[in-house]
Design a protein around this ligand. Sequence first.
Ligand code: TXA
Ligand code: MG
Length: 344
Amino acid sequence: MNAPESRIQPATTAALKFAGKRLREGALVAFPTETVYGLGGDATNGQAIARIFAIKSRPSFNPLIVHLYDLAAAEKVAGFDDRARALARRFWPGPLTFVLKRRADTKVSELASAGLDTVAVRAPANDVARTLLKAAGRPIAAPSANRSGHVSPTAAEHVAASLGTAVDLILDGGTCTIGIESTVLDLSGERAVLLRPGAVTAEMLNREIGAIDLADASDEKRPRSPGMMDRHYAPSIPVRLDATAVEPGDALLSFGAHAIAGFAAERNLSEKGDLTEAAANLYRYLRELDWSGFRTIAVMPIPEEGLGLAINDRLRRAAAVTEGAAAIRPKPKRRRRKQEAKTG
Ligand code: TXA
Ligand code: MG
């Protein structure tokens, strides 16, 4: 009964009520959002937050996103200005996270903000997430429910394979519809800065509030968003981008119709070349092709437009080989790797 899968429960009304109670008691509950599965804990409970960092092997300088039911709840945690309010009214609930100044009177643990004077807040759109937030009745900190630096989970079984029995409960709400993490927009200063591209694109933000700066983490010694490290979202075998041909032993991650032949395995992100479909399939397919028997994962070019920007951002991080990589990427345990390959 100790198999990781035994932690998975269908997200029924009863299970959601129970999960809300467990969160208030300090337990960690993984739950689906429209983007990826989150590893949730009571954001006001320092011990619960510390356990999230420990389970993920997440560096303690990398702050978490605090999930709220709606704008009214978020305004109790963070200081909203006119821009943030306008965007929240337009895009919440949904895949958009704001980095804002923490309110001095918030009960959210400083650990969740990693000691910064800012806090990331988001109201997710997924029904299971919303019902859970209602049931918990407090802010829920939830990073993606994977080990730090690895591929984010888009299904309950990915969470079980990645975090095993370290999680108290995994609510199964099916596959995530969007499939890549929320857009992160820093509104804590005068300029609006896009820290992480996502389904709410820079053009969509620009239409509401005017000019948006694109964060360039490579410029700075210390990136503005601690999570914007070069290598991230990474499988265990090398990833090669913009592939137009394969070498023997390569697994091919394709996009649209193509004439490439000779690969050892293939997953097509979207045969009809649809970026929304590609985003939803991205992490599942990266997991499925992440097997030590393959030489590399060769990835066909993805158009750099709309959701393609977010997809390419994640793929570039998956492919990056940097000195920082070892520091942020704990060595996978052999057994865990195999499990992931099997269930992924
Ligand atoms: O879609 C999502 O956002 C998912 C689901 C579960 O909601 N969550 C997620 O969380 O992706 P996480 O922790 O994996 O990514 C949060 C990102 C990190 O890059 C982190 O550095 C950044 O947001 N972040 C959080 N708080 C911040 C802050 N105060 N200032 C700058 N960046 C912050
Ligand atoms: Mg993450």
